[in-house]
Design a protein around this ligand. Structure first.
Ligand code: FAD
Length: 540
């Protein structure tokens, strides 16, 4: 098959146009084109009066070799790569030590699935509850301000992205096409087929809940075992030359599990576990992350700015955006985790703290658009001296937001116009806050360091030059956004094991090796393969 990339057609093209575009591109007759499949469809809306759809197509033709030679200088005509997933090992029949996966976010879920599919019968430990019960706790917190520190937006089956927009893309390098495996397994578990071919797929909250359950059923059918409400508290280590090696895990409730291979996929909010690991000598470094606010506008304003008269076109859906501004003070401000037609959510996992994030349903039909507007921070400049100092910075900002919000989990908020001019807000405008439990209008400069306030004050007017109305008085900022990525990296070597604990495989976002659902799933596959090869190697 040949893969044709960058085939551009107008948004309103008719059904025949794709076939005609292929014939014209390859300069062949209809009879020479045997079949074609849609691989990817994106769009270019930079000129909203002439929005173009951009296709990647796999085509079966007569005389493929001749065409390849003819187009050898054209990077948009190539042989279709083989992207099918191939298992790297099979579990030995006399499997003596089952691998353990800690954490059931997308990283742990995919690690467990791949291990199960190769016959390794993983044991999965998750501190939170199964997804249905967890959903009740999470929505309970949003409605009644009762936080369960073990069952919330961050913790529980499905991990941090379960109540999210379910965006499934990132800029990670994926040379082995593991991302296709992630998408394929999601479709098997009930995700819409379109995630295989749209360039920026998303699933939305409620679909994810069902999918996670289906994937659990598959893993159990393959011999995997799940233990919910089971928190890993400490590693059992033994000396291994100058380093350590895993012997087992101490669990909440006083249980113990003996094991040789542990995939540690605990996400970016497992602060207590990070501390325990650090105290046991697991090598950890501080890493950069970002802090700031959630911004909300009316979705119709964003749609109008991005799509003009094409608003409502079903191919385009609700508009998103991605913005970056380099400030005079050397900081970079950018939009992150944009949720079209969604809501701002309370994402705390510790009592007495306020953290924002965003989610949407698959339909993205809510009134507001939201995204994080955040400023990059680094250990060198902003939290030097200790590998866990970034966590303390996050905690102090979240605690301050809790206090300023009124100590009832209401989040501090301010109208954009007032934030830009430095006045506390007194009244909500056109944009109604979507955050529950609720907001407290205030002066947001009180809850973040000055450099964050200055940088965001400079960035928002710059963003307004790209999206007209972005800096409008009535838009809303809610804070604080601190869990953009992990503030630490649990260093691993080329064999995916901790650099000083043999048998410990730090993985996913919490360990600093992923950012987002899709890349966490990809990292889960990578690490599962490393574990499978290690066990198969030991057995041979
Ligand atoms: P996590 O998903 O954080 O999973 C870690 C799991 O480990 C948790 O279930 C936790 O309970 C468990 N755990 C922690 N400590 C222990 C322990 N000691 N013992 C046992 N279990 C433990 N990303 C996107 O790509 N698209 C989006 O649209 C998106 N929206 C988001 C919306 C919200 C509200 C949030 C909070 C995040 C969103 N993200 C989104 C980010 C995304 O969820 C994360 O990048 C992703 O979940 C990271 O996957 P992970 O498996 O590495 O960790």
């Amino acid at each position: 098959m040949l893969r044709l990339t960058d085939i551009k057609l107008p948004l309103d093209h008719d059904e025949q146009a794709l076939e005609l575009a292929i014939l014209s591109k390859l300069n062949i007759s209809k009879s020479e084109l045997l079949s074609f499949d849609l691989f990817k469809r994106g769009y270019d809306a930079r000129n909203n009066r002439n929005i173009q759809l951009i296709y990647t197509l796999d085509v079966e033709v007569e005389k493929q070799e001749e065409l390849l030679a003819q187009f050898s200088r054209d990077p948009h005509v190539r042989v279709t790569p083989d992207m099918r997933y191939k298992f790297v090992a099979q579990a030995p029949t006399d499997l003596t030590h089952r691998p353990v996966v800690v954490g059931l976010g997308p990283c742990g879920l995919f690690a467990a699935l791949i291990l199960a599919q190769m016959g390794f019968k993983p044991i999965i430990l998750e501190r939170g509850k199964a997804v249905r019960e967890r959903t009740k706790d999470t929505f309970g917190f949003w409605r009644k301000q009762e936080l369960n520190p073990e069952s919330n937006v961050q913790f529980g089956e499905g991990g941090a992205g379960t109540f999210s927009d379910g965006k499934l893309y990132s800029q990670v390098k994926d040379r082995k096409h593991y991302g296709r495996k992630v998408l394929h397994e999601f479709v098997v578990a009930g995700a819409p087929e379109e995630i295989m071919y749209v360039s920026k797929p998303h699933i939305g909250t409620f679909k994810l809940v069902n999918m996670v359950e289906k994937m659990r059923e598959q893993i159990i059918a393959l011999g995997g075992e799940f233990r919910f409400s089971t928190r890993v508290e400490k590693l059992d280590l033994e000396a291994d030359n100058k380093n350590h090696k895993i012997k087992g895990l101490y669990l909440s409730g006083g249980d113990y599990i003996s094991c040789k291979q542990v995939i540690l996929a605990i996400g970016h909010s497992a602060r207590d576990t990070f501390t325990a690991l650090y105290e046991q000598g697991v090598y950890i470094e501080a890493k950069p992350f970002s802090i700031g606010f959630r911004i909300e506008h009316e979705q119709s304003m964003i749609d109008h700015s991005r799509f003009g008269d094409n608003i409502g076109n079903p191919i385009l859906g609700a508009a998103d955006y991605k913005l970056v501004h380099h400030c005079k003070n050397g900081r970079t401000v950018y939009s992150f985790c944009m949720c079209p037609g969604g809501t701002v959510v309370a994402a705390a996992s510790e009592p007495g703290r306020v953290v924002t994030n965003g989610m949407s349903q698959y339909s993205r039909h809510e009134r507001n658009a939201n995204s994080a507007i955040v400023v990059g921070v680094t250990p060198e400049e902003d939290y030097p001296g200790h590998p866990l100092a970034g966590i303390e910075l996050q905690r102090s900002l979240e605690a301050l937001a809790f206090t300023v919000g009124g100590e009832n989990y209401h989040a501090p908020a301010q109208l954009i116009g007032d934030f830009l001019t430095g006045q506390p807000s007194a009244e909500i405008g056109v944009v109604k806050p979507s955050y529950t439990p609720g907001i407290t209008l205030t002066d947001l400069s009180k809850v973040v360091p000055d450099y964050v306030t200055h940088a965001i004050r400079e960035a928002i007017p710059a963003f307004d030059r790209q999206i007209k109305g972005f800096a409008k008085q009535d838009g809303l900022l809610t804070g604080v956004e601190t869990r953009t990525s992990s503030p630490i990296c649990i260093k691993r070597g080329a064999d995916y094991q901790s650099v000083n604990v043999h048998g410990l495989y730090p993985a996913g976002e919490g360990a600093g090796y992923a950012g987002g659902i899709w890349s966490a799933g990809i990292d889960g596959i990578r690490v599962a393969e490393a574990v499978a090869l290690a066990i198969a190697g030991d057995a041979s």
